[in-house]
Design a binder for this molecule. Structure first.
Ligand code: HEC
Ligand code: HEC
Length: 167
């Protein structure tokens, strides 16, 4: 049926132009990519990647037990307490011994939210979902260090909205 396709001639005619356009987009993207490469700050520092240097001292974690505001609604909150020596393996999960729904009354820890009990299809489970088992894949402690790069982040509440209930 290919020969009968009425749009085929059209495609063939504009083929040359299409090719030129694709070429142009390719060149533009490559140029943009190069510009971007120059602007992206180097995170690894001036040391050549293959050189062996001493490890930097471990940063001091913020462990003041203050739950920090989230930068955006779906951010995994940072861990505001020490997790030194907490076992997190297939056999034992120290985090759940405080944060699991059943244990929160005694531990006083905030419960892992409902999303932690859902499969990726939104099916609710009786226990923590395997994809949420290894907490530190998403939740990290906060170190008391300088920003690696200049941070101009603005919270969305600072973007000129009138806060609800402010009158
Ligand atoms: C001994 C109980 C206990 C254990 C074990 C524990 N936590 Fe917590 N966690 C708490 C309590 C209590 C808080 C509330 C803030 C505070 O007091 O530090 C908290 C707060 C948090 C928060 C902040 C929640 C928010 O809304 O800001 C995160 C994230 C967290 N814990 C993750 C973890 C992870 C990950 C582990 C395991 C590596 C863990 N916790 C182990 C008791 C515990
Ligand atoms: C795949 C990433 C991921 C993993 C793994 C994960 N979390 Fe979370 N967690 C999140 C996100 C995202 C949020 C915030 C939005 C939400 O509640 O889903 C959150 C929220 C939380 C909160 C705050 C709940 C609330 O209602 O304020 C706690 C406490 C928490 N997680 C603890 C844990 C613990 C303990 C584990 C390990 C058993 C864990 N999380 C594993 C991503 C994760």
């Amino acid at each position: 049926m290919r020969g009968q396709d009425p749009s085929r001639g059209l495609i063939r005619d504009s083929g040359g132009r299409l090719f030129a356009l694709v070429g142009l987009v390719f060149v533009a993207t490559a140029a943009g990519g190069q510009m971007l490469q120059q602007e992206v700050p180097q995170l690894e520092g001036p040391t050549p990647s293959m050189a062996v240097i001493g490890a930097a001292p471990l940063p001091r974690w913020v462990v003041d037990d203050q739950r920090r505001m989230r930068a955006y609604p779906d951010q995994p909150p940072i861990i505001p307490h020490s997790i030194e020596g907490y076992e997190l393996s297939v056999n034992a999960n120290r985090c759940l011994s405080c944060h699991k729904r059943e244990f929160t009354q005694d531990s006083g820890a905030p419960m892992i939210s409902v999303t932690h009990y859902m499969t990726r299809d939104g099916q609710m489970l009786a226990d923590v979902s395997p994809r949420r088992y290894f907490c530190t894949a998403c939740h990290v402690p906060q170190a008391d260090t300088r920003n690696l790069v200049v941070n101009k982040f603005k919270d969305m509440s600072e973007l000129g909205i009138k806060p609800a209930g402010s009158e």
